[in-house]
Each structure stands twice: as structure tokens, then as C-alpha cells.
Ligand binder design. Structure first.
Ligand SMILES: NC(=O)c1ccc[n+]([C@@H]2O[C@H](COP(=O)([O-])OP(=O)(O)OC[C@H]3O[C@@H](n4cnc5c(N)ncnc54)[C@H](O)[C@@H]3O)[C@@H](O)[C@H]2O)c1
Ligand SMILES: [Zn+2]
Length: 363
């Protein structure tokens, strides 16, 4: 299956399916034959779990750089390490990089590709569910000690090859975290699809075909939004649904304390409560959704560990808070997002409503 991504700066395709790596790479034969060298950037966990399959199915010779796992690879040190590796291995403007890993590897490799000799081509080979989101759209970044993703560039890949074979070695938490972004894509685009997702809360029993179907729908939502607004001037902001509160919770917990998607799932419930006030979301829907999140294994009850006072500085600091105003993505109904300014007093009030609702629903 192929999904076109047409941004203002660049056009490419996402190829998705099971065990498609070899064919999909070969479909870039023209580009690859012109390249002098191929470099695969990956992280230790991905390489340990999926390196064998990768080596068996990647049809061209390549050099590999194995980085520290997950978020650790997005450090300045590793960014420099990747450049050093490429320089030493004589990577040129005619070489191609492959980002083989989750969102972290994708973000780091994209930024290395954007900056090495002022930009060389790269292809994304995502290996997590979350990366159905991060591999599409051209946002690349590394972390600064003072904040996540503060240094980066918009830089689109030549293509995305999403072989869902790689998802088999993800642990339950990573599956849950990634599925939250799929749910988010449904929330901001399509009520029928959301209902379908909520009807199969056991992600493990879903089966490869159904999973691929949901991931394809998610990629289509992301691709459509990115085509309309590559650099986040307008509709791309809707992708932050659940993220203002979610980011604050993720930061308060200390990165890694809660997985990104776990925090976003909780943030989406909060955004639904706000949407009851400004849109046509009913309390009964919010409750049903909270119940669904809880029973799907999202650690909703952990919110109790982080009182509003500890979240507040992060809510205010969220880089999407423009000109001192708190902007939230809300829903007028499922599938219809809009932006709304909310003041801190109301944030606090809805936060305490949220905590009461968790006590009522999650037992
Ligand atoms: N660029 C964007 O638009 C965008 C969007 C959302 C998130 N992100 C970024 O994505 C990152 C999160 O991505 P993620 O959730 O994929 O996390 P990740 O890349 O850190 O991967 C999560 C963990 O799973 C391991 N892993 C990855 N694939 C595996 C596999 N197939 N089998 C076994 N283990 C595997 C990794 O080593 C890591 O420990 C964050 O840095 C976030 O900022 C970027
Ligand atoms: Zn996210």
C-alpha cells in the first residue's frame, strides 16, 4: 500500500505492509544506484531485535552506525558522533542515510541528514507504532539540555518504508504509547473510525492486518494535514490535540516516567473535558473515553502523583503557548478540531474536575 505525501517543498510516498522491506527498497533503485554509499543509522535496541531481519532483507551493501537507544540518541553528543562517523566513513552529498528505528532515531537521523554538508537525502524506515506519526511530515530535531526538540529543522525524507514486521518486537508499553497517536488521529478526523478503534481495546489481539489498516488511516490523516500546512502555521497545530496537558504531564513525570503516548492519552481526556465547555462533546462521551483509556492499560491513575501545581509551569512553558496565551486544541465534535485560548484559572478548574472524574470512572 502506498500513501502519497505532497508537501509544498517535497513529494514522497509512504509504503506500508508486512514484510515489504526488500521490495520497497528496490522501488528506490534509481535513486540508490546514483548514490555512492548507503548509511543506516539505528539504535541498540532496534539493532539487537531487528538487525538480523534487516541485514537479510536489505538488498544493497551499507555501513551501519548503532546509537544509544531511544531518546538518548537525540543528544548533542550523539548528533556529533553521527557526523564524525559519516565524515570518517567518507559520506558525501551523493550518499543516502536510512533512519532505521523509532521516532527518536528518525528525528536524529533527519536532523543529521538536514545538516551534513548542508543536506543529504534520507529515507525513513520506522520501527514503532508512534513512528507512523513521526516519520511523516519532515519535523526533525535533537534535544537541548534545557528542553526537548528545541534544535531542529523541517526536512522531508525521500520516502518512508513502513514494514510492520518490525513492530513484533515492541513491548506492551511501546504499543500502547504508539496507539495513543493513532487514537489522536481518529479523534481529530473521523468519528466512525474512532468508534471502530474503541471497539477493539486489546491492541495485541488486533492482528497484523487490522493494525496495518489503522496505521494507514493514521498516516493518511497526518499526510493530509502536512500537505496543507508543512510548517505549522495553521491546521498542523491540530496534531497537538491532547499534547499541551500531555507534554506537561510527561515533563512533570520526568521524561521516561510516562511514555509520550501514555501522557498524550491522559491529555486527550483533559482536552475532551475542555471541549465539553466550548464544543459539543458530552460528559457521557468523555466518561466512555476515559473508561476505554483506563481499561486499555493507560496509567490514568498516575495523574494523582502530579498535582496541578507541578504541571502548571510546564503548561505555561509549552512552546505552543504563543504570546503568553494558553492555546488548546479542542473538538467541536469528534473529527472537528479548533483552537481555543484558555486562561490558567479555567485550566486549574478543569484539572480538578478531571481528577474527580478519574476517581469516579477508574475503578
Ligand atoms: N518528528 C515528529 O513529527 C515527531 C512526532 C512525534 C514524536 N516524535 C519524537 O519521537 C520520539 C518518540 O518516538 P518512539 O515512541 O518511536 O520512541 P523511540 O524511538 O525512543 O523508541 C522507543 C523504544 O523502543 C525501542 N524500539 C524501537 N523500535 C523497536 C522495535 N521494533 N523492537 C524493539 N524495540 C524497539 C527503542 O530503542 C526505544 O527504546 C520522541 O523523541 C519524540 O520527540 C517526533
Ligand atoms: Zn505526540
Amino acid at each position: 500500500m502506498k500513501i502519497p505525501v505532497n508537501t509544498a517543498s517535497h513529494q514522497y510516498e509512504v509504503t506500508i505492509g508486512n514484510e515489504i522491506l526488500t521490495n520497497a527498497i528496490e522501488s528506490y533503485g534509481n535513486l540508490i544506484k546514483k548514490a555512492d554509499k548507503l548509511f543506516v543509522l539505528t539504535d541498540k535496541n532496534v539493532w539487537d531485535n531487528q538487525g538480523t531481519y534487516f541485514k537479510e532483507h536489505f538488498p544493497y551493501p551499507f555501513e551501519v552506525f548503532v546509537m544509544p537507544p531511544g531518546e538518548e540518541c537525540k543528544s548533542f553528543d550523539n548528533f556529533q558522533g553521527a557526523h564524525t562517523f559519516l565524515i570518517e566513513k567518507k559520506c558525501t552529498r551523493k550518499s543516502i542515510l536510512f533512519a532505521f528505528g523509532g521516532g527518536a532515531v528518525g528525528d536524529l537521523t533527519g536532523f543529521v541528514a538536514a545538516t551534513y554538508m548542508r543536506g543529504i537525502p534520507f529515507i525513513q524506515i520506522p520501527t514503532t507504532i508512534l513512528a507512523h506519526d513521526s516519520a511523516v511530515g519532515g519535523k526533525t530535531a535533537i534535544n537541548h539540555p534545557l528542553g526537548k526538540n528545541l534544535v531542529g529543522a523541517f526536512y522531508q525524507p525521500e520516502g518512508v518504508i513502513y514494514d510492520i514486521h518490525f513492530l513484533q518486537s515492541l513491548n506492551a508499553r511501546e504499543v500502547r504509547s504508539g496507539m495513543a497517536e493513532v487514537v489522536k488521529h481518529a479523534m481529530i478526523s473521523d468519528e466512525k473510525w474512532l468508534t471502530e478503534l474503541m471497539a477493539s481495546p486489546d491492541f495485541y489481539k488486533m492482528g497484523q492486518e487490522k493494525l496495518a489498516h489503522h496505521l494507514k488511516l493514521g498516516i493518511e490523516v497526518k499526510a493530509k494535514i502536512v500537505a496543507e500546512d508543512e510548517t505549522e502555521q495553521s491546521v498542523r497545530k491540530y496534531l497537538n490535540f491532547g499534547h499541551t496537558y500531555g507534554h506537561a504531564l510527561e515533563a512533570a513525570a520526568g521524561y521516561g516516567g510516562l511514555a509520550h503516548g501514555e501522557a498524550v492519552m491522559i491529555g486527550m481526556v483533559y482536552a475532551l473535558l475542555l471541549s465539553e465547555r466550548y464544543g459539543h462533546i458530552s460528559r457521557s462521551f468523555t466518561k466512555t473515553f476515559l473508561h476505554y483509556a483506563y481499561h486499555t492499560g493507560y496509567p490514568v491513575e498516575q495523574l494523582a502523583k502530579y498535582p496541578f501545581e507541578t504541571l502548571q509551569p510546564f503548561i505555561v512553558k509549552d512552546k505552543k503557548a504563543e504570546y503568553g496565551e494558553l492555546k488548546f486544541v479542542l473538538l467541536s465534535k469528534i473529527g472537528k478540531p479548533f483552537m481555543q485560548t484558555i486562561d490558567l484559572t479555567e485550566c486549574r478548574k478543569v484539572d480538578s474536575e478531571f481528577r474527580a472524574l478519574i476517581m469516579e470512572v477508574c475503578k
